[in-house]
Design a protein around this ligand. Structure first.
Ligand code: 9MG
Length: 332
């Protein structure tokens, strides 16, 4: 069934309206119900209203009462590292430090490309790319939270041992049967991202009857699986997985209905940076030319109450968010 979609009120909303997503100043007074009709927030199930509005638990020490930026650090052959080379590692560390200086709240380090069509990487190679960078960042005194973008338990375990704080699993625990245990034992936050299919084939023919309902229900099942495996619900973050087994219309429908995902009562992470649909709509074939469109969608996500936004262009997105927050009467 289609989830309830709260309609956020900006700027500042009415003081009497219902809080949304635990974000300062974000409220709603109306929502779309399962049939798409506008209903008053007051008429919603009180338990759902409570989940929609409650303050989110901090994530890796970051309070989530304002949108946070997750800076992307890919350590793949098409970016820096081809397997632990020292110069590549130094360049990756320098890039991470630059992202933090530009205003990233958390880093997301990944050693396996999850682009459409990307082939899986042997876990040993992934570990060789990611773990030395985590270790080098900690050795350099970087105290900022570090997330590791991995589907593999062995990589997660090794990175956590070197000081990573969180796991971002684009398979939502469905790739590696050992991942849940590693996360449960470490007691770290885990991002459960929705994907239809694996990166290698997910864009071949993505199909849904009702993409918003199906992604919501799939995430609900992954949350239940994580909890059944001993991961505390308070450590979970959800993500609709824009571009992961979704065509352009699927992506737009999910972004229009983003507030539905606050119904879990959990932090919401959104990643759109430089993705294909931005190039398609914005007429930018090359990913690096997709910054303006990426910022436009990041601002949209923040207005829908996404607590964490995953971006390549930290400085530019930070500036745009600051202006949006000022216009909305928030401190950003
Ligand atoms: C690794 N990665 C690439 N895109 C992503 C997205 O949209 N969300 C998350 N959680 N991870 C992503």
């Amino acid at each position: 069934m289609r989830p309830v979609v709260p309609l956020p009120l900006w700027p500042l909303g009415e003081a009497r309206a219902t809080p949304l997503a635990g974000l300062k100043g974000l409220r709603f007074a109306e929502a779309l119900d399962a049939t798409g009709r506008v209903v008053l927030a007051d008429s919603l199930d009180p338990a759902l209203r409570e989940r929609l509005g409650r303050a989110r638990a901090p994530m890796a020490g970051l309070s989530l009462d304002r949108p946070r930026l997750m800076g992307i650090l890919n350590v793949t052959p098409d970016s820096f590292s081809d397997g632990g080379d020292h110069a590549d590692r130094a360049a990756a560390v320098a890039h991470a430090q630059a992202l933090l200086a530009e205003g990233a709240d958390i880093l997301d380090i990944g050693g396996e490309s999850t682009r459409p069509g990307a082939a899986p990487v042997p876990v040993e190679a992934e570990i060789a790319r990611v773990v030395p960078v985590v270790a080098a960042l900690r050795a350099a005194g970087v105290a900022a939270p570090i997330s590791v973008d991995t589907r593999n338990a062995a990589c997660a375990k090794a990175a956590l041992a070197e000081g990573a704080d969180m796991i971002n699993d684009v398979s939502a625990l469905s790739h590696d049967p050992g991942m849940a245990e590693v996360v449960a034992e470490a007691g770290v936050p885990l991002c459960l991202m929705h994907a239809q299919g694996s990166p290698a084939e997910m864009q071949q023919a993505p199909r849904y009857d009702d993409v918003l309902a199906e992604v919501y229900e799939a995430l609900e099942r992954r949350i239940a699986a994580a909890e059944a495996a001993g991961i505390d619900r308070s450590r979970l973050i959800v993500d609709p997985g824009i571009g992961f087994g979704k065509d352009l219309d699927h992506n737009l429908t999910l972004l229009r209905g983003l507030t539905a995902f606050h119904g879990f009562g959990l932090p919401l992470l959104v990643g759109v940076s430089r993705k294909r649909f931005i190039g398609t709509i914005g007429g930018a074939e090359t990913p690096k030319d997709r910054m303006p469109g990426s910022i436009a969608v990041a601002l949209w996500a923040a207005r829908q109450g996404a607590q964490v936004i995953r971006v390549h262009d930290v400085k530019e997105t930070r500036q745009a968010l600051a202006l949006q927050a000022a216009l909305m009467g928030n401190e950003g």
